[in-house]
Design a binder for this molecule. Sequence first.
Ligand code: HEC
Length: 450
Amino acid sequence: MASVVRDPLWRALGRGFVVATAATLAGCGGGTPPQGTTLTYFRDVKSIVDEKCTQCHYEGGIGPFALKTYEDVLAHKDAIRIQVASKNMPPWSPSKDCTEYVGDRSLSDAQITALTGWADQGAKKGTEGEYRAPAEAQAPKLSRVDLHMKLPVPYTPTKSPDDYRCFIVDWTAQTTKYVTGFRANPGNSAIVHHVIAFLAQPADVAEYQKLDDAEPGPGYTCYGGPGGANRRVGMLGGWAPGSLGSDFPPATGLKVLPGSKVILQVHYNTLVAKPAPDETSVDVKLDDQVDKEAIILPWTNFNLWVRDRKMTIPAGATNQMYRFAFDPTPFFGMIPGLSIAPNKPFTLHSAAHHMHTRGTTGRIQIERADGTDECLLDIKKWDFHWQGAYGFKKSKEFHPGDQLSIECHWDNSAANQPVGPDGKLLEPRELNWGEGTTDEMCIGFFYVTQ
Ligand code: HEC
């Protein structure tokens, strides 16, 4: 994510605010097995599994078991049937009728029918000769690691249930570089809730070092951002459950000067799991030159929701909604050193949506000056554990006079609460903007060039 000087921009965002409630959206899925020939693993199943499952389901991957062989898939056929019919697997939150994304993990209806039908018809093996390798490439990945950065020493969280800790990590490149790909590797995934890599400019490093020196143990307590009074902090990238890391769009990157430091903010949550040592790390791909310098644009109603704490979600509300729409182009001029000039079109390459556990649906779109809407990201079944930045197959142009809008819905009823330390659902309480897992957020992030 990127170099945005937060305050002036976020202050400029305090308009176009709407609150409403509406009926709950619901979704369902499923398929019926085809008539005729019996489906077999080698002919009908393996290529789908290889294309859509094995990037996570391999020995040592983030999926709980490998799906490499016939025996693997057979052993889990009933669970697979349930998970693909309900569209829980593969994890993929964006709605198909919004826009097209790079590395879309979702299954087509025909693929769902093949997997469920195969399980229903007795999960036959077939013969190896029937196998055809999948046509489409697998999910995007970070293609090269030029710099690996990790916590100075392993850290065990000391605050409960939320410990926000910032670690200063050396940036060892000796010349100006562009970060052209990013991946965060949560060390202890049972307690790491999110990771953000902030970038401290060389002139600001001493200020962060003072914060670090003032506290015992590695790192220092930070909340929301990396702390300190500076106005120049940017973001390199983030990790929340579900994001796997990738290269940035070709010939674009985030600029980093030699002498900078990376400040890794790790949010530990020990509501359910016990504190244990963590050694989170970050990998980046670097290039000396790019055609276009990028920024990460955060998108929320800073004035009303964050500063004035007006994003209240009453206890028991089943469909609380907040929406924010705004044209940022006149305000880019207020941010010194920003590679985006004011009052000009800019290009959006990806969108990410962030809420916490009571989120239900979310939508991000461009509301064109001519009255039409262009959907960027529409999530009809929000799942906190599967979120990330979704890269557009075709980038989107934003023109002065358009509005960029974000809409969030929450269910804060007794049935939709996170699990507390005693293993029971928490009692509903009024929620507001906050960084903790028992607070809520409504924020988008865009990778932007001009
Ligand atoms: C992006 C990574 C990823 C992909 C792709 C993926 N899975 Fe999973 N899968 C997981 C993780 C992680 C879990 C553990 C449960 C969770 O976190 O939701 C899981 C759990 C499961 C489960 C067990 C659910 C349960 O607890 O009963 C099944 C079955 C499954 N996956 C099948 C599939 C199939 C079939 C595909 C491909 C069509 C697939 N998965 C693709 C990551 C993935």
